[in-house]
Design a protein around this ligand. Sequence first.
Ligand code: SN0
Length: 314
Amino acid sequence: MKRFTSVNDVNNLSALVQEAIQLKKNPYQHKHLGQNKVLGLIFMNPSLRTRLSTQRAAMNLGMNVIVMDINKDGWKLETREGVIMDGDAAEHVKDAVAVMGQYCDIIGVRAFPLLQNKEEDYAENVINQFIKYAGVPIISLESTTLHPLQSFADLLTITEYKKTAKPKVVLTWAPHPKALPQAVPNSFAEWMSAADVDFVITHPEGYELDKKYTWNAKIEYDQNKAFEGAEFIYAKNWSSYHHYGQILSKDRHWTVSAEKMKLTDNAYFMHCLPVRRNVVVNDEVIDSPNSIVIPLAGNRLWAAQTVLKKILEG
Ligand code: SN0
């Protein structure tokens, strides 16, 4: 594997998932693969699961890790091409990235969208500059449009918990006080479309995602109908893609409640976390035995370790 920025960087999806299941059973069998190799993790935004799971994954492979919160500890970076740098930014991202590539064998980067300009965000300017200038393999730790390490853990978890060969998996929009990226739902849709599941997306009108990621996924505007017969409910808020970055609804009828879960086929509840309790999902659902948010977060480690292993192997 040369890089990991979307499902398109994966050759064989089911083989990748099987490899993660094997690593989980025997985490330290590749302890020497990462000897004298350094992973750099560059954060432009907050992180808990991604930072800790990727760091632990690297340790399991015998790598060393350098972590940098670039907004707190680094120079202010310019990301636009060809500008006269007489403002706030002290360093261009292309120089900073080329330097990081001198010290690291693999680099992970997190860069959220600003949600102001769709074309700018969807051009994936930051991660593309990392790919172009680092000279080493790049891993997305959530880019402006995708979160592949999360989606890999999502698919691994669904594979472990499914009760039928082709389970019904429902991605449901849920309300939130803030405008959030589309990265998690875009990426989940991209991975579910590539996997062997019956995939349905439900959201209020105006929240349609970019077709580039949803392919021919079924869209059901009636959340109750979508929940019928579901084996997995995956909740997530996102801001509008078409009315870019806007909050069109805060309708609490879309909150995942115990009553709604009764419509499903005793479905498991999933969310990538962090989650706004009693806005996105009620306590009674996320604290129920059907909630698998914690094992899902645990699987972030095996997803990250599988990706690092495949990149170290070349
Ligand atoms: C991020 C998102 O993309 O939705 C990261 C998810 C893994 N979530 C948030 O920014 C939540 C912020 C909040 O205030 O709830």
